[in-house]
Write a protein that binds this ligand. Sequence first.
Ligand SMILES: [Zn+2]
Ligand SMILES: [Zn+2]
Length: 254
Amino acid sequence: MEISLATTCTLIVLLSGGLLIALERMFPYTPGQPLFRGGFLTDLGLYAIVQSYVLGLVIFGFIAWVDEHSGVSRAMVLRSQPLALQMGVMLIIHDFYIYWFHRWQHHSSLLWRIHEAHHSTTEVDWLSGSRSHSLEILVNQTVEFLPIVLLASPEVAVMKGAVDAVWGMYIHSNINVRSGWLQRVINGPEMHRWHHADDPRSHNRNFSTKFAVWDWLFGTAYLPRGEKPTAYGLHDDFPKGYIRQHLYAFRRRS
Ligand SMILES: [Zn+2]
Ligand SMILES: [Zn+2]
């Protein structure tokens, strides 16, 4: 029996989720944070499963339509290269894009509206990364997967999706990681949890997703020694529940 790449990647994501949950229990960054915290079911059921599935259909349907009408993928631009090289190129280019787009979202009041739901979680953990407004996902994943599908091998899209999921869970996880000099290159909870902190010192800091190097390079890194955030999230009246959090992005200007 041959196991498909998609099945293997799905198993890796599920096992990684289980491993991160176990590590959160053993080595908590913020002790006492419960597994079933507020918004757990919304984040898991509606954001991580239903929204990801539906948006995946929409985004990949759109990309297939673009490909059909442009014929770009038939040019086989990157496909003759080794898979590892294709993955590496796509990882770095996309991570560079997401650093700047993320930074822009924090500086533009309009774009902030589709990003603030992600910051609304008051207990940051392995699942917190899933809470993102559907419009934010539509923009970011179309930009991410359009060049992959058009230029790279089909396997790259599957593997990149899995890497995104695992890395997204890792950087939010409530694990007391101490990666030393590696945190200057590879991003992890040490820096990303500060990005979610309710602390003016860390506002507009730590925009990186996978490679922390962008923050160190462009002057937005924040990593105080021997200190941890004491609170996370936004103001208390940020709505709870999937629909309300979505509609909140379209509220009247106050
Ligand atoms: Zn942010
Ligand atoms: Zn985050």
